[in-house]
Design a binder for this molecule. Sequence first.
Ligand code: HGY
Ligand code: MN
Ligand code: MN
Length: 411
Amino acid sequence: MNAITTEALAKKVMDWCDQLAAISSNPENISRFYLTPEHKRCNTLVAQWMREAGMETWVDAAGNLCGRYGAQEACAKTLILASHLDSIPNAGAYDGILGVLIAIAVVEQLYQNNITLPYAIDIIGFGDEEGTRFGSTLLGSRAVAGTWNPAWWKLKDRAGISLQKAFIDFGLQPENIHSAARNPDDLLAYLEVHIEQGPVLEDENLALGIVTAIAGARRFAIEIQGYAGHAGTVPMPMRKDALVGAALGIVLVEDVAKEFNVVATVGKIECGPGAVNVIPGHAKFTIDIRSGDDQLRDQALAKIQHELDLICIERNLTASWNEIHNAPAVVCADWMQSLQASVLCDMNLNPYKLMSGAGHDAMAMADICDVAMYFVRCKGGVSHHPDELVTVEDVALAIEALGNTLKKLAQ
Ligand code: HGY
Ligand code: MN
Ligand code: MN
C-alpha cells in the first residue's frame, strides 16, 4: 500500500474539520465547551482518527485527549504536538482543532511509511483553551504543565455549575488532577500549529509563518455597584446609575488602549435588575488586555483602574475588580525558530517571523519546556467568527512543514 500523499492528507484534515464543526451545543453554529457532552463526542471522534494513525489514545485527568506515537527506544524523550479542541460561542471551524488534526495527519504519514523517530510524539487536544465556560483559560494545558490552581475548582459556569462538579459529571476525579502534569525532564519541546487569526500572512502573501512570541494577557470581571431606582421619579443628578458608570468605563478602556498602544477589549456586559423602567443598580463587564510588553500592559491597566475610580467617585458608585486570567508574554525558543526557518527555506518558502496577539496553549506549556508555533494563513485574518477560513493548499504546506520539522528534529 503506497503511503497517502500530503495533498490527500490535507483534504482529509479539511473533512475532519467539517465533521468536528457538526459537534456543537448549538445546532445553528459551532459552540463546543469544556467538559460538555460535545467535548466528550469530540474526544471520542478525534481519538478514533489518532488510533487510525497508529497511536494509542487516552483522556488525561483534566479531560484532555492524548495520543502517543512511540519512539525507536522506550526511554526516549517526547515531543508534544498540540492545540485545543474547544471553541468560543459561534466559532469558526479551524481555531484550535486545525493544529490537532494537522499533527495527526503528520503522524499518519510516518505510520504509513513505517517511520519511527528517536523521540516519542504525544498529540494533545486540550479541552479548554478559550475559557468560554468557566471564564479562566488554558485550563487543559495548565493541568499538563502542572500549574493547576485549586482556586479554579470554585469557578462556575452560567448555570452555576462549579468546575469541580463539571469534572465529576464528565467522569473525572478532581483529586487526580495532578496526574495530568508532565515531567519536564521527559519533554523534548512543544510545537503547535494554529491559524494566525490575523491579517499579516495574507498581507505578505505567505501560507505559513514562524511565531516569535505570544502576547501576555490579563482578564478581569468588573462589578459596578450603584442603586436601583424608579426611572420616572429619581432626578438625573441624584442617580447612582451603574450601567452609565460601566458605559463610561468601556469607552475609557478603548481610549487608554489606544493611548498606550496595547489591545484591550470589553467582550461581555450585563446589568440588573434589567427592566426598562428601572435605573440599573448593578452592572458587570469584562476586560481582556494584552501586549507583547507586560510592563506597558500593566501601566495601561493601572490608568484604567485609576480613571474608573474617579468615574465612580463622581457618580457615587463602587467598582470591584476580580482577575480571572493572567498569562505573561512568552518567547518561542530561538533554537526551534532557527529549525523552523531552515525547514521553510528548504521548502523554498519565506521563513517569515511574526508575533502572536492571540493567546495559545503554548503559553502554559512554556512553564515546563521550550515552545514553538507555526501559523497558517487564514482568509482576511478573520477568526473567532464563522467566516474563519483556510485553504487546503495551505493546510498541505503546513503538513509538509510539520513533517519536515519532525524529521529535522530527529537529526
Ligand atoms: O483569546 C485568545 O487569544 C485565544 O483565541 N483564546
Ligand atoms: Mn480562540
Ligand atoms: Mn486558538
